[in-house]
Write a protein that binds this ligand. Structure first.
Ligand SMILES: Cc1cc2nc3c(=O)[nH]c(=O)nc-3n(C[C@H](O)[C@H](O)[C@H](O)COP(=O)(O)O)c2cc1C
Length: 353
């Protein structure tokens, strides 16, 4: 379905499916599970360039290289050239294959500092930041930018803005087709993403983003916009199989379908195992609770499980609840005379209900 593999400078992204950076979500365990399911590239959550440049331990703790030497991107945000350059250098030191600049975050505290999506109102400032970061990293580390459709409905300047960034040295653009004022309301506008593709030089890859939660959405994003790659965020919560499914379809193979309950349980356990391995302190319980909710999402009785898990006193108790939940679902399926293979078709119906 896609032509040749997507190239960002010297970095090949194959399959052309990326995990979206999501603050407090796409930590190292999350990224690892996505990688193990065939995602083309993961990017850290956005990290304050200022905090990185002054050595803030909490922010440095979130700056994590992918396991097993896999390629990864680091996303930074800010509006001062020197800290942005310094943060990019630090990202390269830990092995980042690319440095992405956030110009799309709509959060009040970020926009109040004139960072994130606020930069879409200041294209020249945005260009200065791209130049500063390009100047700070080696030539084989591409600098990329993720932004929105525009500030608001009256200022949907994504095509011109993207071209200005490329002129300053950006080598890949990701567009989330909502405006800043939309936040997460409404839907991601595929037409503006198409217009960005039309405006950009052909050799610059464009990644389309927003509302892709299934294979049909992936195909639609690609066909309507002509984008070179697709970035998936919320649709990947507890659903890393979406990457394998999109990868198969991108390679012209049949969609392998959703996982069986047994597969869900196995990957849930893997995710929890990674949390224990890679996290410490009170965060472990918090992250395990989130994983329990994500992997049960859309399944029979998932709301009850979520409430129980949120009341669990420790990570082991939360994990046991989710484990028992999946085991009971598997027993229930047997009582109903259904087969694991049936999960592949029926789970889509359950998720859509
Ligand atoms: C909880 C959450 C955290 C996010 N954090 C970031 C971030 O750190 N950097 C960024 O560029 N976008 C961030 N986003 C936006 C996503 O990357 C993505 O653009 C958006 O969710 C639309 O894609 P989706 O519909 O596939 O989720 C975040 C979104 C969510 C839901």
């Amino acid at each position: 379905m896609f032509g040749s593999p997507m190239r960002v400078g010297p970095v090949v992204v194959d399959p052309p499916v990326l995990l979206a950076p999501m603050a407090a979500v796409t930590d190292l365990p999350f990224r690892t599970v996505a990688e193990e399911h065939g995602v083309g590239l993961t990017i850290t959550e956005f990290l304050s360039a200022h905090a990185l440049s002054v050595g803030d331990p909490k922010t440095l703790g979130k700056l994590t290289a992918s396991l097993g030497g896999r390629r990864f991107g680091v996303q930074i945000f800010g509006r001062e050239e020197a800290p942005m350059a310094r943060a990019a250098e630090i990202a390269v030191q830990i092995g980042a294959s690319l440095v992405d600049i956030n110009m799309g975050c709509p959060a009040k505290r970020v926009v109040a500092g004139e960072c994130g999506s606020a930069l879409m109102r200041e294209p020249e400032m945005a260009q200065r930041l791209v130049r500063a970061v390009v100047g700070a990293v080696p030539a084989d580390v591409p600098v990329t930018v993720k932004h929105r459709a525009g500030w608001d409905q009256a200022h949907r300047n994504a095509p011109e803005f993207a071209c200005a960034l490329v002129e300053a040295g950006a080598q890949m653009i990701t567009v989330h087709g909502r405006t800043r004022t939309q936040g997460f309301a409404g839907s991601s506008d595929l037409e503006i993403i198409r217009l960005v593709r039309e405006a950009l030089p052909r050799h610059i890859p464009l990644v389309g983003n927003g509302d892709v939660v299934d294979v049909a959405g992936f195909v639609r994003m690609r066909e309507v916009t002509g984008c070179d790659g697709v970035m998936i965020g919320r649709g990947a919560l507890g659903n890393p199989w979406l990457f394998a499914r999109c990868a198969a379809v991108a390679a012209g193979k049949p969609d392998p379908g959703p996982p069986t309950l047994e597969e869900r349980l196995a990957v849930f356990r893997r995710h929890v195992g990674l949390i224990h391995e890679l996290k410490t302190g009170p965060r472990v319980l918090h992250e395990v609770r989130k994983a329990c909710a994500w992997y049960a999402r859309g399944l029979y009785g998932c709301n009850r499980l979520r409430l129980d898990v949120w009341a669990a006193p420790d990570p082991e108790a939360a994990t046991r609840l989710a484990d028992d939940y999946f085991t009971q679902l598997i027993e229930r399926r047997a009582r109903l005379g259904l087969t694991p293979e049936g999960d592949r078709t029926e789970m889509d119906a359950v998720a859509a209900a």
